[in-house]
Design a protein around this ligand. Sequence first.
Ligand SMILES: C[S@@+](CC[C@H](N)C(=O)[O-])C[C@H]1O[C@@H](n2cnc3c(N)ncnc32)[C@H](O)[C@@H]1O
Length: 193
Amino acid sequence: MNLQTELCALKAELPDNFFENIAKYKEHLFKWNKIHNLTGAKDEKTVDEFIYDAVFPVTFLPKCKNLLDIGTGAGFPGLILAIALPETEVTLVEPIAKRASFLQFIKADLGLENVRVVKKRVEEMPSEIFDIVTSRAVTDTDMLLKLSENFRDKNSKLLFYKGERVYDEVSKDLKHKVIKTQNRHYLLIGEDV
Ligand SMILES: C[S@@+](CC[C@H](N)C(=O)[O-])C[C@H]1O[C@@H](n2cnc3c(N)ncnc32)[C@H](O)[C@@H]1O
């Protein structure tokens, strides 16, 4: 995949420095990943696919003041969304020290003033309400609904990056919709979705 071509085709509004920041991020990720096991994505093709997957929701997400990403790992999706949405205050909660340090390093090196890294399990974070809570590859939908309880209200939206088995995880009374791409089922939950 040519990341730039694919993303431009989405006609998503990305900031002018998006691709420059993504190039820096990738360079650091490859260096750090050789020493620390930050992510299973070891080659450029896979990392580009992860980035595309992370950023695709900017095509359908409403404007938001703040966003919480639970279990960001090496940056997916929260850090990539923060690069794409400089006006949104993004909190990345990640308990593993080497991953949280990497996120903190990227924040400093790229000068991402909209990013806050919290080196904790989400259960240890004090309650705070976010417009959007995201998560990818951390746990199932039921558990994510529990883990996000202290961080959402009736106006919040939840965006969980899921696979095709997402339908087994949602009950009829949960107000939601599923947005599909070739490789992803995005589960968007909220009162007015
Ligand atoms: C499989 S990794 C996925 C990382 C990233 N979201 C991605 O898609 O590449 C799961 C991450 O969730 C983090 N995690 C697990 N339980 C968590 C919790 N209770 N609160 C916050 N993060 C958690 C782990 O430390 C790990 O980095």
